[in-house]
Design a protein around this ligand. Structure first.
Ligand code: ZN
Length: 217
């Protein structure tokens, strides 16, 4: 778990790893305590700092699968580029208001026609600042994050166990208000700046400091 934030009362409607007793404490501490309370045999490593271009690759090298539950585009693009460079599988969940999105990105894995797509094959560049409201501006229905987190955990288990049909190459979209799930096919972009045959992104130097808003799911 990596996070630099402390528990705030406004988080608790959607972040069930924390409780009112943990307000003001580092989120990685209270989330780790919650997981250990369920199963003390789970090994949890906590990293109480903010991911940035200088620390991310060293951290990601230590893990096989990366789960993104962040809420700002700067960090999402940083995580995506780092997982492509480090050849790590990324399981990515995102929530805004009443909708959730889930995808698995592993462009280092070959398919029949080439390889699986990365996040930048879907979203080549971050949207201009202010174009997409943050979760603190637009709001999030708390239960939606719980569903997306559970779906995300299921995809992690599938990737570890090698069972079922991988979600890589597809984007799951859940519209909670309409109670509809749909899945869109994703293809690797042959001109992708991160995972294409002639990638422009060969390191993380183009990423600045990540100082976006903090309301991770
Ligand atoms: Zn790509």
């Amino acid at each position: 778990m990596v996070d630099d934030d402390e528990v705030d009362i406004s988080n608790l409607q959607r972040q069930i790893a924390h409780t009112t007793a943990g307000i003001g404490r580092p989120k990685v501490e209270t989330a780790a305590a919650s997981a250990r309370a369920i199963n003390p045999n789970v090994t949890i490593e906590t990293h109480h700092f903010r991911l940035d271009r200088d620390n991310i690759l060293g951290l990601f090298e230590r893990y096989d699968i990366i789960c993104d539950g962040t809420d700002n585009f700067e960090t999402r693009f940083l995580i995506s580029d780092a997982t492509v460079l480090a050849k790590r599988t990324l399981v990515s969940a995102a929530v805004l208001r009443f909708e959730g999105q889930l995808a698995v990105f592993k462009p280092h894995v070959a398919t029949e026609g080439g390889h699986f797509p990365c996040y930048r094959c879907l979203y080549p560049e971050p949207p201009p600042p202010g174009m997409v409201p943050t979760c603190s501006e637009a709001g999030v229905l708390g239960a939606v994050t719980g569903v997306m987190g559970t779906l995300q955990a299921t995809e992690v288990l599938k990737e570890i166990l090698g069972i079922g049909e991988t979600l890589a190459g597809r984007l799951l979209i859940w519209d909670a208000l309409a109670t509809k799930f749909r899945t869109i096919r994703l293809r690797a972009d042959p001109h992708c700046a991160a995972c294409g045959p002639e990638p422009r992104i060969r390191d993380l130097s183009a990423h600045g400091a990540t100082d976006g808003p903090a309301c991770a799911v």
